[in-house]
Design a protein around this ligand. Structure first.
Ligand code: DLZ
Length: 162
């Protein structure tokens, strides 16, 4: 998972599924809002460039990353083809960060296990604000772009012959 000095957000647009049939919901945490808004912009821009119709995108705002689980569960009830959960957790002085990281990753994993609608994990878990900036439009790219690519791939998931 090392990202040392690499931008992982580049993708081959020609290899992506056409987004025009798909409805995608984005659930966004308001904590570290500058970071999550940058991730949201990266995700929405990529989805629209891939053919998703603006009227087929819906955005839900939740107070913090911990609430992404409930927000994504509510979004699933509207039957989109995929949900993207966007958050930014930045380590503080206590172990709160570890508990919330653990809860959010497990909670979103559980939604994927228990529902037919994929939930994409676009939650930054950084030690510093600078690391978060590097991954939300900085030197390591924009993880919102990568989440949008994953959402389209999962919305379009089907087996290949052989
Ligand atoms: C309380 C809290 C703290 C300290 N840090 C963050 C953070 O870095 N990123 C984030 O998304 N949310 C944080 N929160 C808020 C919790 O996710 C949650 O909203 C509250 O504990 C209320 O349930």
């Amino acid at each position: 998972m090392a990202t040392a000095l690499s931008n992982l957000s580049e993708y081959d647009a020609d290899a992506l599924p056409d987004g025009s049939p798909y409805k995608i919901h984005l659930v966004v945490s308001e904590w570290n809002k500058k970071i999550t808004e940058a991730l949201l912009l990266g995700a929405k821009t990529t989805l629209i460039q891939s053919g998703v119709l603006p009227e087929n995108l819906k955005t839900w705002k939740v107070p913090g990353s911990f609430e992404l689980i409930y927000g994504a569960k509510k979004a699933q009830l509207e039957n989109p083809h995929a949900v993207i959960a966007i958050g930014s957790l930045i380590q503080g002085e206590t172990s709160h960060f570890d508990f919330v990281c653990q809860a959010v990753s497990q909670g979103i994993k559980d939604l994927n296990v228990n529902s037919e609608i994929p939930v994409i994990f676009c939650v930054l878990t950084d030690h510093t604000l600078e690391q978060a900036q590097d991954r939300s439009g900085g030197k390591h790219g924009n993880k919102g772009v990568e989440a949008a690519v994953a959402a389209l791939q999962m919305a379009d998931l089907k087996p290949k012959q052989g």
